[in-house]
Each structure stands twice: as C-alpha cells, then as structure tokens.
Design a protein around this ligand. Structure first.
Ligand code: HEC
Ligand code: HEC
Length: 308
C-alpha cells in the first residue's frame, strides 16, 4: 500500500535518500584519494599563536571505518525497512502493522480480565469499580464524540443518563444498540395529515401531551389527527421501543421542542443513525468490550456507581 498521491514523490524521496548515502561514500573516497599539497615537514603551512602548526595527516582509520559502517548500516536499513519511496522493505514492517500488533498485545493482556466479566451480569459488573473504570474509558474513546463526555448527549444525540429510552434501557436492549447500531426513521407525515393548519393543530396537540406551552383550542382540533401518529408513537403518545419511536408525553425532546420544530418534524420526518460499534459489524469493539460498555451505560441510569 502506498500513501503517496502520485508517482513523482516516491521517486523524489528515493533519489534524495540514495544520493545522501552514496554521496557520503563518494566524498570519503574522493578526499582519501586527493593529496593536498603540503610542505616538506607534512604541515599545511598554517601557523597560529606563533608556533601552532596544522599537520596534514590522513583521517584516523577508526574514524573512516565508523563512517563506512554508517553507510553500510544505512544501505541494509533501506533494504530492510520502508525508506525508499513506496518500496515497503524486506521485513514488511509498517506503522499500521506495528500499531495493530500493539493493539493485539494489549487485547491479549486484557483477555483474562475481560473473561472474568463475561460471566457477570450487567448489574454485577456495575458494582465492580475496575469494570466501570474500563467502561468509562471505552465510553470516552468511542461514544463521547456523539453522546458527550458526561453521556448527557445533545440535540439529536440521546441522553444516556436519564430513564427515557428510544430503544430500551435494559441490558439486552443496550447491548443490541451498541452491537448493531440503530436507525430511527420517521417518514414525512404532512400528506397524511392535510393542510398546514391541520399540521399546526396537531403540533399543538402533541405539545399538550407533555404539558408543554401550547394553544389548547388548536390542540383539541388536532387531536383526531394523532391517529396517524399513534401507529408508531402509540395511542397515548408514550412511544414504542420496538421502532425507536420516542415518548411524546415526557417533555424530553431529542430534536428540540416548540410548535415550529414539531411542525417541521411532521412535515419532513427524521432519520437518525447510531452506527454499529461491534467489530463484527464494522465497528471497533470486541464482544467483551461491548459487554463492559453495556454495563457501564446501564449503570448511568441505575444507581450510578454508588455501590462502591
Ligand atoms: C456517530 C455518533 C454516535 C456514536 C459514535 C455513538 N452513538 Fe449512540 N447513538 C447515536 C444516535 C444518533 C442515537 C439515536 C438513534 C436514534 O435516534 O434512534 C444513539 C443511540 C444510542 C443508544 C440508545 C438510546 C436510547 O434512548 O435508546 C445507546 C444506548 C447508545 N447510543 C450508546 C452508545 C454507546 C455506548 C456508544 C459507544 C460505544 C455510542 N452510542 C456511540 C449516535 C452515536
Ligand atoms: C413510522 C413511524 C412513525 C410515525 C407514523 C410517526 N413517527 Fe414521529 N417519530 C418516529 C421515530 C422513529 C422518531 C425518532 C426519530 C429519531 O430517531 O430521531 C420520531 C420522532 C418524532 C418527534 C421528535 C421527538 C423528539 O423527542 O424530538 C416528534 C415530535 C414526532 N415524532 C411526532 C410525530 C407526529 C406528530 C406524528 C404523526 C403525524 C408522527 N410523529 C408519526 C416514528 C414515527
């Protein structure tokens, strides 16, 4: 694999590397050959401080061999390791390979530790401070970029510390979310509802479900239209975890609230994706890491770490 964007750069680098190494050798040979004119007494004729004279001796042998050995070393190095443009070296070493080996070693080291967690339930693990420390680390490295470092999420990224769940908060459901990811899909509903006024009335009815500020006259006119929504959000608006359809009665808003936002949701719908995190699905986490993370996420809304 080459990281170069075109064939000029590998050649450019190879030429400079080779010229550096063999230029040194050439310089050594040339200077060894050329005899500098010197006076009868083997001095260069330079005199300082009255009687300090510069001798015209050849370089010490040991120094020359040191010099030659660096050239030999460099040659073998460039054959063994990637140093000449896109040539990958006889030993097949690469930064990516070295990194992967390190990860493998770390995983092998941690394997017995993880194995001891495999037999524990999420609840038991949540009481194990070492397991929770690993979980917290994994969370910061893999989840915090979306769910924020305190796991409270943000607009369109759910809060994982409350007891409001799109897809369910028991360990099996959390495990499935982390392993396979989730895709929440609400198709646009405007056509099924009717005129913009109908949509506005319905939006006010939706706001009334959670006691959010709304116009109650409009809300009562919109109530009937909620039938369309109840297919996913349930007849009472309390949501459906099988579909990831949020509870609309709890005043917790994933995508923001207010009349215009709900109208927008009805008109345009929403697709919201959590990418799969398990290695088997293209993510980064081993099954053991998913287990520990499941317990960690579960613990965030279930008596958080107070047991120790
Ligand atoms: C690229 C952003 C992203 C990353 C990374 C990410 N998530 Fe998510 N996650 C989301 C989104 C978006 C949702 C909401 C999906 C939806 O609307 O249905 C979600 C949903 C969830 C849910 C379900 C919440 C509920 O209410 O049911 C859990 C649990 C979860 N994530 C845990 C994690 C964990 C643990 C990690 C790290 C291993 C992680 N997520 C990494 C974006 C992300
Ligand atoms: C096919 C199923 C489906 C139907 C029908 C549906 N919804 Fe949804 N709705 C969803 C899903 C799934 C989400 C969550 C999207 C996500 O993961 O971000 C959602 C999200 C929402 C939200 C955002 C909630 C929040 O916390 O930000 C509102 C508001 C909403 N729906 C209102 C409605 C209304 C009103 C109707 C009827 C006109 C309706 N939905 C019909 C599935 C549906």
């Amino acid at each position: 694999m080459s990281d170069f964007i075109n064939s000029f750069w590998p050649i450019y680098i190879s030429v400079i590397s080779a010229a550096g190494v063999f230029g040194c050798l050439l310089l050594l040979i040339l200077t060894a050959r050329k005899k500098v004119e010197s006076a009868e007494d083997n001095t260069t004729g330079h005199v300082w401080d009255g009687d300090l004279r510069e001798l015209n001796n050849p370089m010490p042998r040991w120094w020359m061999w040191l010099f030659v050995s660096t050239v030999v070393f460099a040659t073998f190095y460039l054959i063994a390791y990637p140093g000449m443009g896109s040539y990958s070296g006889q030993l097949g070493w690469s930064q990516v390979g070295a990194y992967e080996k390190e990860v493998e070693r770390a995983e092998a080291e941690l394997a017995p530790l993880y194995a001891s967690y495999n037999s524990m339930s999420a609840e038991e693990m949540s009481k194990d401070s070492a397991a929770m420390a690993i979980g917290a680390n994994l969370f910061q490295n893999n989840c915090a970029q979306c769910h924020s470092s305190d796991a409270r999420g943000g607009k369109s990224f759910p809060n994982l510390t409350d007891n409001d769940w799109l897809w369910g908060g028991n360990p099996e459901q959390i495990h499935a979310t982390i392993t396979n990811g989730r895709m929440g899909v609400m198709p646009p509903q405007a056509e099924a509802i009717g005129t913009p006024d109908d949509v506005r009335n319905l939006a006010n009815y939706v706001l009334s479900l959670s006691g959010s500020p709304h116009d109650s006259a409009k809300a009562s006119m919109g109530k009937d239209k909620f039938l369309v929504c109840s297919a996913c959000h349930g007849p009472d608006g309390k949501g459906n975890q099988a579909l990831g359809a949020p509870n609309l009665t709890d005043d917790i808003w994933l995508h923001g609230w207010g009349e215009s936002l709900v109208i927008d949701m009805i008109n345009n719908g929403k697709t919201n994706i959590m990418p799969p995190q398990a290695k088997e699905n293209g993510g980064k986490l081993t099954p053991e890491q998913v287990n520990v993370l499941t317990a960690y996420v579960w613990s965030l809304s279930n008596k958080p770490n107070s047991a120790n």
